[in-house]
Write a protein that binds this ligand. Sequence first.
Ligand code: FES
Ligand SMILES: [Fe+2]
Length: 357
Amino acid sequence: MQGNNPSVQNRPKKAASTTTPLVNERWYVAGRSDEITDAPMDRWLLNQTVLLYRARDGAVVALDNRCPHRSFPLVRGRRVDDAIVCGYHGLTFGRDGRCLRVPTLKSPPSNLAIRCFPVVERKPIVWIWMGDPTRADAQRIPEHFELNSPAWPGVTNYARIDANYVDLHENLQDLTHFTFLHGSSIGIPAFESTDLQVDVDAERVLTRRESRALPPPALWADTLPLRGDEIDRVITTTFKGPALCDGTMVITDLASERRYTAQILHFITPETNRTTHYWWFVLRDFGVTEVVIADKLLAGFSSTFHEDKQALEAIEQMKVRDSRRDFVEKSFAADRAGIQMRMSIQALADAEASSLD
Ligand code: FES
Ligand SMILES: [Fe+2]
């Protein structure tokens, strides 16, 4: 607590931050289906370098990208059928990671292999398991409901953020920054003091904010065929573990009583402790065949989420460059969802560490 003011708190010690070990024992997004092709590509995921490509049968292969001989990146080698030949001394690895050939030996050592990561493709997403492969249960892939439904067409984009993934999750749980960071798109001044509710359910944290009879923010005024100049808006955002936050936004045009719903899915994969892959989808139940609406949503949300990226990167730089060791961030009641999420991730990291002891 800060002095005798109970409404100001320091962040709890058991709240995840940049230095918290990453949680390996979860499914994460390795990429969108359309990113992964026959041509091998490398991508850092959870502090590991991974080689990704499609085998001849179309299945996605994910292998350790570091050659076990002299650490040459296998992505710089060449592909022969479904195998990868290292570009330094020619060690060859099959799609299951087993070494098939060492040019200086008659036959490769039987125990020589690189890691092969479990992968599940649920278009348009490819999921990867970076933890113990014996615990890779596809039933634990976070649900991402209408991503394939023609009734919910979507737009999507990607950003790489030079900031820690927990900070991005906090940004997504935080419905109090719209007015200030996104004043030209999804925020309006009157939204700053509307009701905020937070519910916690095991690993999940759900935040809900409702506003009644307010003017529409610019992005929605520009995108929706609103009849009147006042809307009700209900926004929810749900932390579903380290890899996914999903949100909904329901707008009711008070003049026509027409409801418009958007689902906003945020897929988050730590690249390293200080950098993050961020894939997002905005799905809608309105204007399903209208290209103009899709274009406006893509442009509007790309620029809105770019504001978040810039804010998170500025915060990260502040933490890196300001050497004050006694600086303690203060929190308020409205920050509860973010703190709950941080505590949830910290608990997962602690549980993983103790299971390895
Ligand atoms: S570094 Fe790959 S074969 Fe030598
Ligand atoms: Fe934001």
